[in-house]
Design a protein around this ligand. Structure first.
Ligand code: NAD
Length: 298
C-alpha cells in the first residue's frame, strides 16, 4: 500500500522508518532535508510538498509540532487538502480537539476522511512500535488503517467524534506531567529531611505512591541526573496549555493542572524550551536549597 508521511522529527522519523522497513511504499516530506535524506536512504520516495505527498498516496500520516503547522500542512496553499489521490488523513500530532474538528470538517468537504491519532510513548516507543495510539474519526477509515497502525503500536479507538482522540491524549499527558511534578516535590522534600532517594523510590513503587514518574521518569532521567527522558518542556507546556484552554472553554476549572502549568513555565524560564521536562526538579531543588544526590543505578 502507498503511504505518505509528513513530518520526520523526533516522533515521525522512527515511525516512518518502521513503516518503510515493514515494506510499505512510503512517500515522505519534511522541511528538514536531512531527515528526508535518511528516509530516502532506506528506500522512501521524496515529495516536494504536502500536496505532492497527497497526490501520490491514498493514506497520509502527519506528525507535526503545533496546531498552526498542522493547519497549514493540512489546509494551506500546498496542503494535503489539494492532493489528487489522498482518501484518508491521519494526524499523529498532539494539537488539541479544536484543530482536529476544523481540519476534519474541511477535509470532509473534499471527500477525505480524517482520523485524529495522537500517540503516547515517546521516541523510544516510536522506534520499538510500542506506542499507544488514541484514535477517533470514521470507523470505516479506522478499520482500513488499523493493520498499518499496528506497526506503530496499540491503537485504541476512542469514538467517532473528531477530536476525541486529541482530548484523550491531552488528559493523559496532564496526568503524566502532574504525577512528575508532585513526585519531584516529594523527592526534594524527602531528601532535605534526610531520606535516601533510592529508598524513597523503592517505597513509592511498593506502595500507593506508585505512578509513571516513580516507575519510569525518575529512575531513568532524574536520579541519574541525565534529564534526557525525551520530552521537551516546550512540548509538555503546549500539551498542558491545550488541555487547560479546552477545559476553560468547557467551563471546567482545573486548579491542579494550572499549578503544573506554572511549574512548566518556571522550568522553561530557567532552562529553555528544549530542556527535558524532567528538569523541573532543578527548580524545586533551588527553592529547597538542596540537590537530590546522583543515583546511577536504581
Ligand atoms: P519535532 O519538532 O521533533 O518534529 C516535527 C517535524 O515537523 C520536524 O522534522 C519539522 O521539520 C517538521 N515540520 C515542521 N513544519 C513543517 C511543515 N510545514 N511541513 C513539513 N514538515 C514540517 O516534534 P516531535 O517531537 O516529533 O513531535 C511531533 C508531534 O508529536 C507533536 O505534536 C508532539 O506534541 C507529539 N508528541 C511528541 C512526543 C515526544 O516525545 N517528542 C510524544 C508524543 C507526542
Amino acid at each position: 500500500m502507498n503511504i505518505g508521511f509528513i513530518g520526520l522529527g523526533t516522533m515521525g522519523e522512527p515511525m516512518a522508518t518502521r513503516l518503510v522497513q515493514a515494506g510499505f511504499a512510503l512517500t515522505v516530506f519534511d522541511l528538514n532535508s536531512d531527515a528526508v535524506d535518511r528516509l530516502s536512504a532506506l528506500g522512501a520516495h521524496r515529495a516536494t510538498s504536502a500536496e505532492d505527498v497527497a497526490s501520490k498516496t491514498e493514506i497520509v500520516f502527519v506528525s507535526l509540532p503545533t496546531p498552526d503547522v498542522v493547519q497549514v500542512v493540512a489546509l494551506g496553499a500546498n496542503g494535503v487538502v489539494h492532493g489528487s489521490k489522498v482518501r484518508v488523513y491521519i494526524d499523529l500530532s498532539t494539537t488539541g480537539p479544536q484543530i482536529a474538528k476544523r481540519v476534519s470538517s474541511k477535509l470532509a468537504e473534499h471527500r477525505i476522511l480524517a482520523l485524529d491519532c495522537p500517540v503516547s510513548g515517546g521516541a523510544a516507543g516510536a522506534a520499538k512500535g510500542t506506542l499507544a495510539l488514541m484514535v477517533s474519526g470514521p470507523t470505516t477509515a479506522f478499520d482500513e488503517v488499523a493493520p498499518t497502525l499496528s506497526m506503530l503500536g496499540k491503537a485504541i479507538y476512542c469514538g467517532e467524534g473528531a477530536g476525541l482522540g486529541q482530548t484523550m491524549k491531552l488528559v493523559n499527558n496532564l496526568v503524566s506531567v502532574t504525577t512528575l511534578a508532585v513526585s519531584c516535590e516529594a523527592l526534594v522534600m524527602g531528601v532535605k529531611a534526610g531520606l535516601d532517594p533510592k529508598v524513597m523510590l523503592n517505597v513509592f513503587n511498593a506502595g500507593s505512591g506508585r505512578n509513571s514518574a516513580t516507575v519510569d521518569k525518575l529512575p531513568r532521567a532524574v536520579l541519574p541526573r541525565t534529564f534526557d527522558f525525551g520530552f521537551s518542556t516546550a512540548l509538555s507546556l503546549k500539551d498542558t496549555r491545550l488541555c487547560l484552554d479546552e477545559a476553560e472553554a468547557m467551563g471546567i476549572p482545573m486548579p491542579v493542572g494550572s499549578a503544573v502549568r506554572q511549574m512548566l513555565n518556571m522550568t522553561r524560564a530557567a532552562y529553555g524550551d528544549s530542556a527535558d521536562f524532567t528538569r523541573m526538579i532543578c527548580v524545586l531543588e533551588q527553592w529547597a536549597g538542596i540537590e537530590v544526590p546522583l543515583v546511577s543505578e536504581v
